[in-house]
Ligand binder design. Structure first.
Ligand code: NAD
Length: 530
């Protein structure tokens, strides 16, 4: 595997990749054209915020399977173009949570005690004790907008300073807020009650200019505002006016609508405005965390197929990943198995999760089924990223069902597929919670290890069938690894499944088809690594 690191990345990250056996090139400051020129030879690309991974770059990236952002924001990566090409895009959420939360508290304290202004005054040779009268944080109300990773860690730190934390986040479960000791309130109430306000949401159409002249008007006289999230959540022009009139006593920004900030930005002229140049995540620990994080995620992806931190596939919480992993293999094999028994284009796919598995987050399993179903059918590479897109583009209806009824099994995945003329059913389970087995194929109860090469031989249930098939294979020196027969009723249609150590030549399959009482023969290839 060849990995290109195109922005500066902490050395620990590069070491991890090299120790895992990847060839790593660190080439920073490439121009757009240089990047387009070198990218075709790489399987993976790691960036921070400087490299612009545009649709044009992605188009040129013939072998690229994964783009990793060491950090959170993905403004510089065209994720949609990557998804269309089946490229995983991942970031390292959480790697800079603590650092950014600490920066928020640092800004809160610096702002309330005018530390930057006092430092500048002292360095200018003055001793202005009276000028720098501050306010305490103790017992004050801190209003947090956005209670994700950073917002919740800021909560903990602020509670340590004996602040009363109220919060607004329409997507946070009230139960979770209670656990965190945050009083959840509506936005209007937060504006009315907070002595300090700090924003911790992404920049979205909903949060753009969330703090503006109108909302500032609802706030307390002398409120103080922090933005260490994204430029534009606080309207800069409206804030400037409010700071000038002292309606807002002070504000502290790490982020701006336009970065880098122009030296003549009006906010920079105000005494009661303090700022830092987007350094919320800039600590040695955070840089190392995100570098190690993205490197480990790359190793996991290339060696175990696990896409932690992927933003363009259903995300799997890491604590669930180990439970989900064996089912992912089963689901994909079921799709692959079923695909090889189909004639005609798929129209409908339904995946039913029964028993214990239904308690897991099953969306990635459905994607795994689709990946398996499409892999033998399509020319293009099918993966976890583009499989749902392919289903949609091909007008295939995909249904996901959960039920508690798993029959005799603790967990069962039932796959039903329909073409214009056929409908098939397959069920699979895990033995000992890890070994995949197919346990039903249409009307037949079976017990198939889904791996290697298999012949599915539909026949009339009469003596001599197994013998004749065995003789054909034996004459060709083809070893039988496993064998299964199943029938719905004596003397009726039966299914013989033979697991083989090698791929039987076409003429052998044809010879088996000609044996007495054989109705049809299908070859299923599950030999390729998933
Ligand atoms: P997160 O995704 O964990 O949390 C975001 C929270 O915002 C979520 O809980 C979400 O429910 C909430 N939210 C979304 N829309 C909302 C709305 N309209 N009103 C209220 N809440 C809303 O993200 P995080 O890791 O906590 O990061 C928070 C912000 O900090 C992001 O904007 C991120 O880009 C920024 N950040 C800045 C720096 C820096 O260098 N200054 C570093 C890291 C992160």
């Amino acid at each position: 595997m060849k990995i290109l690191v195109s922005d500066s990345l902490s050395a620990r990250g590069v070491d991890i990749l090299r120790q895992a056996g990847f060839a790593v090139d660190v080439k920073t400051d490439l121009t757009k054209d240089e990047l387009i020129q070198v990218i075709p030879e790489y399987d993976g690309l790691i960036v921070r915020s400087a490299t612009k991974v545009t649709a044009e770059v992605i188009q040129a990236a013939a072998k690229l399977k994964i783009i990793g952002r060491a950090g959170t924001g993905l403004d510089n990566v065209d994720s949609e173009a990557a998804t269309r090409r089946g490229i995983v895009v991942m970031n390292t959420p959480g790697g800079n949570t603590i650092t950014t939360a600490e920066h928020t508290i640092a800004m809160l304290v610096a702002m309330s005690r005018k530390i930057p202004q006092a430092t500048a005054s002292l360095k200018a040779g003055k001793w202005e004790k009276k000028r720098f009268m501050g306010v305490e944080l103790y017992n004050k109300t801190l209003g947090l907008i956005g209670l994700g990773q950073i917002g919740t860690y800021v909560t903990k730190l602020a509670q340590g300073l004996a602040m009363h934390v109220i919060g607004y986040d329409p997507y946070l479960a009230p139960e979770r807020a209670r656990q965190l000791g945050i009083e959840l309130v509506e936005l209007a109430e937060l504006f009315r009650r907070a002595d300090f306000i700090s924003v911790h949401t992404p920049l979205t159409p909903e949060t753009k200019a969330l703090i503006n002249a109108n909302t500032i008007a609802q706030m307390k006289e002398g409120v103080m505002i922090v933005n260490c999230a994204r430029g534009g959540i606080v309207h800069e022009g409206d804030l400037y006016e409010a700071l000038r009139r002292k309606k807002v006593a002070a504000a502290a920004f790490d982020v701006f609508e336009e970065e880098p900030v122009k030296p003549d930005h009006p906010l920079l002229t105000l005494e009661n405005f303090i700022c830092t140049p987007h350094i919320g995540a800039s600590t040695e620990e955070a840089q190392e965390n995100v570098a190690i994080g993205i490197a480990e995620q790359f190793v996991d992806y290339f060696t175990r197929g696990i896409a932690r931190g992927a933003v363009n596939i259903p995300s799997v919480p890491s604590e669930l990943l180990s439970q989900l992993q064996p089912y992912l293999g089963l689901a994909e094999r079921m799709g692959l198995f079923q695909a090889q028994l189909l004639d005609g284009g798929l129209e409908r796919v339904s995946v039913e999760y029964a028993g214990e598995v239904a308690n897991l987050s099953v969306a990635p399993l459905t994607v795994a089924v689709l990946k398996g179903l499409f892999a033998p059918i399509l020319e293009d590479v099918v993966n976890y990223v583009n499989a749902p897109v392919i289903a949609k583009e091909r007008g295939i209806e995909v249904k996901e069902i959960k039920t508690s009824d798993a029959g005799d099994f603790t967990s069962l995945i039932r796959l039903r597929v329909e073409t214009g003329t056929q409908s098939h059913h397959l069920a699979g389970t895990l033995y000992h919670r890890k070994d995949p087995r197919i346990v039903e194929s249409n009307e037949y109860a079976v017990e198939v290890v889904p791996e290697g090469f298999m012949l599915l031989i539909y026949n009339v249930d009469r003596p001599g069938v197994i013998g004749s098939v065995g003789r054909v294979l034996g004459d060709q020196q083809i070893n039988i690894a496993r064998m299964q027969c199943s029938r719905a009723q004596r003397g009726g249609r039966a299914l013989l499944i033979i697991g083989l150590d090698e791929l039987p030549p076409v003429h052998v399959v044809e010879q088996i088809k000609c044996q007495p009482d054989i109705l049809s023969v299908r070859l299923v290839d599950l030999s390729k690594g998933l």
